[in-house]
Design a protein around this ligand. Structure first.
Ligand SMILES: NC(=O)c1ccc[n+]([C@@H]2O[C@H](COP(=O)([O-])OP(=O)(O)OC[C@H]3O[C@@H](n4cnc5c(N)ncnc54)[C@H](OP(=O)(O)O)[C@@H]3O)[C@@H](O)[C@H]2O)c1
Length: 246
């Protein structure tokens, strides 16, 4: 595992700013980390292609985001290959093929001993976190290959590099993301890079699901987003295959 690369710092901020406005696909922008990242990137002048399952939450993001007409926020379910295919087609039609992909959409099982996890809970985690990421790669990486450039960020977790009781499906899915990302990194042609990124620990609906009320002791999405945005925007081809942490 590569050593953590700090999210902040003047050099990273300068690298992030130097590259100019970019189009960033973020899956799961309706809540949590994805929403906060979309707001931060839009504030910095970047264009966001974002999806989630909740039209209502996407409308609320649209009402808050800087320059709403520059972005493409739409309902898409990453578990569905055809839904992601439609998203990719629409992005091409709008001339918004991403320069950066952030595979952020994710879910966690309700805390439960491994042998008590209902089959549908396990399926939901695997279908969203692993197969959802694969669906996005299937439809968007060829578009990046055509453009001969692109940075792919797959959201991992501390639990993609360690383990905890009662969240085995989630841990398994994030260890899978680490492996998938390293394989992908070996396949990508010049000009593209894939990075597994652990966001750290942030107070979101997901954290409340596994930590209960102590989720409130952790950093807010508003504190996290500027660090994450700077780090993501400063990623380079040299980071291909790395496992990093915000
Ligand atoms: N928060 C943390 O401390 C933490 C730590 C380590 C890793 N992570 C990772 O960071 C990412 C974001 O986590 P979070 O804490 O922000 O979670 P969250 O608050 O539960 O938000 C998850 C987001 O993913 C979207 N989503 C879920 N299923 C989807 C689907 N099938 N299709 C499209 N969008 C979907 C949700 O929107 P809809 O419900 O509208 O679809 C929501 O916008 C996840 O990959 C998570 O594993 C988080």
């Amino acid at each position: 595992m590569t050593a953590p690369k700090p999210g902040g710092g003047a050099a990273a901020a300068a690298r992030a700013a130097a590259a100019g406005p970019r189009t960033v696909l973020i899956t799961g922008v309706s809540r949590g980390l994805g929403r906060a990242l979309a707001l931060e990137l839009a504030r910095r002048g970047h264009a966001v292609v974002g999806c989630g399952r909740s039209a209502e939450h996407l409308r609320s993001l649209e009402a808050e985001i800087t320059s709403p007409s520059r972005h493409f926020l739409t309902v898409a379910d990453v578990r569905s290959d055809s839904s992601v295919a439609e998203l990719a087609k629409a992005a091409v039609e709008r001339k918004q093929v991403p320069d950066v992909i952030v595979n952020n959409a994710g879910t966690i099982n309700k805390n439960n001993k491994t042998w008590n996890v209902p089959a549908e809970d396990f399926d939901m985690v695997v279908d969203t976190n692993i197969k959802g990421t694969a669906n996005v790669l299937r439809h968007f990486v060829p578009l990046m290959i055509e453009k001969r450039h692109g940075i792919i960020v797959n959201l991992s977790s501390g639990w993609g590099r360690s383990a905890a009781a009662e969240v085995a499906p989630y841990c398994a899915s994030k260890w899978a993301i680490e492996g998938l990302t390293r394989s992908l990194a070996k396949e990508l042609p010049p000009g593209l890079a894939a990075i597994a990124l652990s966001p750290g620990v942030v107070n979101t609906d997901m954290l409340t699901s596994c930590f209960g009320s102590s989720a409130a002791l952790y950093q807010t999405t508003e504190t996290w987003a500027p660090k994450a945005a700077t780090m993501i925007l400063s990623l380079s081809l040299d980071d291909n295959g790395a496992s990093l942490t915000v």
